[in-house]
Design a protein around this ligand. Structure first.
Ligand SMILES: Cc1cc2nc3c(=O)[nH]c(=O)nc-3n(C[C@H](O)[C@H](O)[C@H](O)COP(=O)(O)OP(=O)(O)OC[C@H]3O[C@@H](n4cnc5c(N)ncnc54)[C@H](O)[C@@H]3O)c2cc1C
Length: 461
């Protein structure tokens, strides 16, 4: 698709010359997100500053059938913000105001182009908190979090972004502006349009404002790191933690391959025999309770044969203890091309999933690293390309990914826990959903976006 000069003039009239970009550098910048080995150049990049500007852009694009790809921070890892069918990339970065913190009702109203970490800092300074904490929070945006149904380590206790949303302002493909619900904690009024927008990955509407419920920020935190020389013992530790009634604020995991990958980048050199690391955190307002919880974890870890249990209370010590969890992602990116398989499953199945991924990898000729939010049963299985040639990378690796999804779905799991479907997972949607499910989803898409202009080619095969 090449846009006409009339289209470009129309966009310039709406936004001003400066916010309509078509130079080679800008198109290249917006051709990629954090989905490695994928790129797609848009025809134009638009940077609106208001909901009315977005409305005018969409009504023109709808009339002219120009594809529109909304873009937040570009930190997505399933290719959601890539313009595979050309058209315009609509950047939300200038819609970044924190509109209101309502202390009486404990709510936050914010424009969705705001950087997530900045919103969180703003709240914490007022003693409040929006708990989901994606690892990308320094550069992802609230709108991207909502569109992807994002989460983070703290979701094991507090839930994902979706659990805090009360109401959304959305621009529909027609250009119409709606609020999806009301600013209330309870609402029983027909179909839930608010929740329908969450995880819709920019295919149903542009989310321009969000109203969240927020909570009082916890005043104390402790973090423990447990080492295990057996994967089975680490997996048991996870289920036992919940079984004894503890409520961790984090429960994270890195497997032996992840430890080996991160080790060169870490100051601490863990011994080779460590088969799994777990991080278990607690937060709250009563220091004594947290200490008691940590003692219980220590006792459980001893019982299950943990080789080391460390505890950190002060922030600098917590950061040091988090080192391997922090560095594993960076090490994978440095190692070259990889595919992200973000599976979600009942958390008692961790060992089956990790061993299954290794077996499938051995059969198909690829290496896997497993890490992630094990308290939620959400693992990021990273398939490393290493020296695989193009034929292997696109053949047996794809077959292996399908087998992996079949394994997880067979355990009662799902394709993605938090990274979304984008364009990378569409070929695998049939492992989870029947033709009936997919037809219902296609019907919903057609109601919102009859001309199919919003983020075409995403989510649905
Ligand atoms: C280092 C790193 C760590 C990460 N850690 C986590 C983690 O802990 N948890 C987690 O869940 N994810 C994580 N991610 C993935 C990613 O950060 C999330 O998916 C994030 O929510 C994407 O937000 P974004 O603003 O960057 O969105 P983008 O990448 O810009 O867009 C993502 C999707 O949302 C759509 N979109 C964006 N804004 C809007 C809007 N306003 N209205 C409608 N649609 C919109 C886009 O069209 C696209 O489909 C991580 C990624 C990286 C690179």
């Amino acid at each position: 698709l090449a846009l006409s000069e009339t289209d470009c003039d129309k966009f310039r009239a709406i936004l001003g010359e400066k916010h309509v970009l078509c130079d080679a550098d800008s198109l290249a910048t917006y051709a990629v997100d954090e989905t490695h080995a994928q790129s797609a150049e848009p025809d134009l990049v638009l940077k609106p500053a208001s909901v009315n500007e977005i409305s005018s852009i969409l009504s023109h694009c709808n009339k002219m059938e120009i594809p529109v790809v909304p873009r937040g921070g570009g930190s997505g890892v399933s290719g959601g913000a890539l313009a595979h069918r050309g058209g315009v990339v609509l950047c939300l970065e200038r819609l970044n105001r924190i509109i209101r913190v309502d202390h009486d009702n404990q709510t936050l109203t914010v424009e969705t182009g705001a950087i997530t970490g900045m919103v969180q800092e703003h709240l914490v300074a007022q003693g409040l908190c929006l708990p989901p904490d994606p690892g990308s929070r320094e550069f992802c945006q609230i709108g991207g979090n909502l569109a992807e149904c994002a989460a983070g380590p703290k979701s094991v206790k507090y839930g994902a972004f979706r659990d805090y949303v009360l109401n959304l302002e959305v621009v529909l493909p027609s250009g119409e502006i709606i609020w999806t619900g009301a600013n209330v904690r309870k609402m029983a009024c027909g179909y839930n349009l608010t929740q329908l927008m969450l995880g819709s990955e920019g295919t149903l509407g542009i989310i321009t404002k969000a109203v969240f419920k927020v909570i009082r920020a916890p005043s104390h935190q402790v973090l423990m790191r447990l080492s295990f020389n057996s994967l089975a013992a680490a997996a048991q530790m996870i289920t036992r933690t919940f079984a004894v009634g503890l409520v961790p604020s984090e429960l994270e995991f890195v497997d032996a391959h992840g430890i080996a990958a991160a080790r060169p980048n870490c100051q601490e050199k863990l011994p080779d025999q460590v088969a799994a690391l777990l991080w278990i955190g607690f937060d709250g307002h009563d220091e004594e309770v947290l200490t008691e919880d940590a003692v219980k974890i220590s006792d459980l870890a001893d019982e299950l044969g943990s080789s080391e249990a460390l505890i950190a209370e002060q922030i600098d010590h917590r950061i040091a203890l988090w080192e391997y969890r922090q560095k594993v992602g960076e090490a994978i990116i440095e190692a070259g091309a990889f595919r992200d398989v973000d599976v979600s499953f009942p958390r008692s199945q961790l060992q089956t999933v990790v061993e299954g991924a290794r077996r499938i990898g051995a059969e198909k000729g690829f290496r896997v690293v497993c890490f992630g939010h094990s308290g939620d049963g959400n693992l990021h299985i990273q398939i490393l390309r290493g020296d695989l040639d193009e034929a292997a990378w696109n053949g047996p690796v794809n077959d292996g990914i399908r087998e992996l999804y079949e394994l997880v779905v067979g355990l009662g799991g799902a394709l993605s826990g938090e990274h979304g479907i984008g364009c990378t997972l569409t070929p695998y949607m049939d492992t989870l959903f029947s033709a009936t499910h997919l037809a219902l989803m296609a019907g919903i898409k057609a109601v919102f976006d009859p001309k199919g202009i919003l983020n075409p080619g995403k989510i649905l095969p």
